[in-house]
Design a protein around this ligand. Structure first.
Ligand SMILES: Cc1ncc(COP(=O)(O)O)c(C=O)c1O
Length: 384
């Protein structure tokens, strides 16, 4: 979260003063946010939910994914991306990343089997994935593409907003994201079937009790969960959405200023689309782990290898195949999955570990002054 203030306070006050703080029958903050999000990013349908992970799970449910299915996910993403697969009864297949720090198309290709149903490209740190290649490969093998844009609210790829390129996409609005209501998320899709199923799943009572939210619904209702968003969060998000593009423009401009100033001195990780990159992170790329570690320490940055549960080797419950508390609910013990569970190990994606060890992140701030950036540039130059 970068910018929050009086606009959000007024929005929350508006909801509380209305005394109608439920999603249905009040000020329609959730419904308005969903429509405004669609309009902003060019999606047909959006469902605001309680979190990004809820949005990922609901999207997978909407795709009809479950036991007997494999889903490919990069070895560098927050553990929630992989856990969402397990939550629907399917099996995560972990793929390498490439120098862009996003999923490696060549490794996806190697890991597709007759059980693969979907690919989850993750726009980690707001870095756009290679969506042209991913969508072409998915089309060839008849796979769904679920974009995890949880760290990439507002980013784009070749002029299209992230999360709107695949069959569905998920955003997170938790505290650490570009725009935030403290917690929250949204699923976006142009696919009516995914939308209906995800809608029913995320709030089964929407059909049972709250009438008419799904006019003309063709899907037979089934039992789901409760990921329904609330009016206060939606009111905050409506204000955050208005600020999103300015935040991203400032992040991108500041990132570019620093990269340009250091172009002769440092290498930076390549991008699948630097114009669409969210600009949150400067990614200094080194030839050796030793040099990267020294720069990390010197500049007070972070090597992605040190980001805990963002690195597959720290996904303990997945690596140890504990998918649920109840054994009969555990995808790793299900009969339907018995022949499709890969061998997981801490060193199964050596290229990913190598890349994560040789890059150093320095966070960009949209509110940096010219002097702030000059100071950072001077400090970086002094390392050499
Ligand atoms: C890449 C990625 N996917 C999914 C999630 C899950 O989002 P949430 O915390 O809103 O459930 C996160 C959150 O940090 C994330 O970074």
């Amino acid at each position: 979260m970068y910018r929050i203030g009086k606009e959000e306070i007024a929005a929350v006050a508006r909801v509380i003063e209305s005394k109608q703080i439920f999603k249905v029958g009040g000020l329609n903050e959730v419904f308005n946010f969903e429509n405004e999000l669609c309009e902003k990013i060019g999606a047909e349908k959006a469902i605001m939910m309680t979190s990004g992970k809820a949005s990922l799970i609901s999207a997978l449910i909407g795709m009809g994914i479950g036991p007997g299915d494999q889903v490919i996910v990069p070895g560098y993403t927050y553990i929630a991306s992989a856990m969402a697969i397990v939550a629907v009864g399917a099996i995560p297949v972990i793929a390498e990343i490439d120098d862009t720090l996003t999923i490696d198309i060549k490794d996806i290709e190697k890991k597709i089997t007759s059980h693969t149903k979907a690919i989850i490209p993750v726009h980690i740190q707001g870095f756009p994935c290679n969506m042209d290649a991913i969508c072409a490969l998915a089309k060839k093998h008849n796979l769904f593409v679920l974009e995890d844009a949880c760290q990439a609210d507002g980013g784009s790829y070749h002029g299209k907003r992230l999360a709107t390129i695949g069959d569905a996409g998920a955003f997170s609005f938790n505290f650490f994201k570009i725009v935030s209501a403290g917690e929250g998320g949204a699923l976006v899709t142009d696919n009516r079937e995914i939308f209906e199923r995800a809608y029913i799943y995320h709030d089964s009572s929407a059909i049972a009790f709250f009438g008419n939210q799904l006019d003309g619904v063709g899907t037979v209702p089934f039992c789901g969960v409760q990921y329904r968003a609330n009016e206060v969060s939606a009111a905050i998000m409506r204000e955050q959405l208005k600020k999103m593009d300015d935040i991203i423009a400032d992040l991108r401009a500041n990132k570019k200023t620093v990269m340009d100033a250091l172009a002769a001195d440092f290498a930076f990780a390549p991008s699948n689309d630097i114009k669409g990159d969210c600009g949150t992170t400067l990614t200094f790329k080194f030839d050796t782990i030793d040099e990267a570690a020294k720069f990390e320490e010197y500049i007070g940055g972070t090597r992605p290898i040190n980001t805990g549960k963002h690195v597959y080797s720290h996904w303990t419950p997945i690596l140890e195949k504990r998918g649920a508390l109840h054994p009969l609910m555990d995808p790793f013990k299900m009969e339907a999955n018995k022949d499709i569970i890969p061998e997981y190990s801490k060193d199964m994606c050596p290229k990913t570990l190598d890349i994560l060890s040789k890059n150093v992140y320095v966070s960009v701030n949209p509110d940096w002054t010219k002097e702030d950036m000059e100071k950072l540039v001077a400090k970086c130059k002094a390392f050499k």
